[in-house]
Design a protein around this ligand. Sequence first.
Ligand code: FAD
Ligand code: MG
Length: 312
Amino acid sequence: MNFQLGTLVELSIYEGGSKNILTEAFALISSLENKLSRNKEQSEISGININAGISPIEVSDDTYFIINKSIYYSELSKGFFDITVGPLVSLWGIGTAEAKVPPLKEINNLVKLIDYQKIKLTPLNNLVFLEEKGMEIDLGAIAKGFIADKVCELFKEDGVKGAIINLGGDVRLLGRKPDGKLFRIGIQDPFEKRGVAVGVYEGENISIVTSGVYERYYEENGVRYHHIFNPKTGYPADNDIMGISVITEKAIDGDAISTSFFLLGSKEALALAEKLKDTEVIIITKDKRIILSNGINANFTLANNDFILEKN
Ligand code: FAD
Ligand code: MG
């Protein structure tokens, strides 16, 4: 267990792998963090942000891949998922000691800067350019998933047979438990603090990524302001969803989808989940319903009868 990426990183190996593999994995996470974090001055993301409106920057294949994928998810979510939310994330400061509800005028000024269509990519030499000065990329909604996938690849190459990779709620499963049973993953109760589950999901070789408001929020005058912003209003997303877990093969997709769906609300999220291949969702609404997409069936077991289970 380590504190990295501004969150708790837990890597559990059940079978296989060489002696130093955990050390290697934590080092891999650090090196990816150094490349992808906008809080690090020397990162590639900071390079892009500092040069917004000035010049394109050449980035590594990893960074290019994540930004390209992000744009795909912006289009899929009709612009709700947008990694150019950076200036808003800084203004609100949710999750930091400086969190506040900013003046409406400041929010409105920054909303104008948020537009994924102003990210210009040149595939030939991995160039990234933000067209307006002041624009900033923040990969908080997608990079943990990418990093979880990278750790999974490293484990596989090293001969690990069974492992759980958990980067602050972005979970990737490799194989099964040594006794041949499926892994059991607790689904976070979004009304409770981290670690309290509403139910259990059993699976193998999948990723399960959760977005919720149980951890990163700021309260003022009895109102809870969380960290997933509606790029159109500049305020935290406000709909019927309290928390959502997305099951996909790769965690990068689950991460982007969980944030996108959180922004879209349960009806649209569910409709989209049924359309996307190999994508299942567990949606927890504010009125304490748990809605499962079609393909979940016996994998999910409810553990708290305060919630009502609904199948799509
Ligand atoms: P998700 O739903 O997956 O993502 C929410 C995050 O995405 C928000 O916090 C915001 O950053 C961004 N976001 C908000 N609205 C949108 C939107 N509409 N579209 C797209 N993105 C949006 N935290 C720290 O406190 N200190 C650190 O030093 C730090 N370093 C980090 C380095 C890296 C490389 C990464 C990936 C994250 C880092 N974090 C850091 C962030 C921290 O771990 C976040 O809590 C986390 O990324 C949010 O993930 P989530 O699973 O809670 O929510
Ligand atoms: Mg996400």
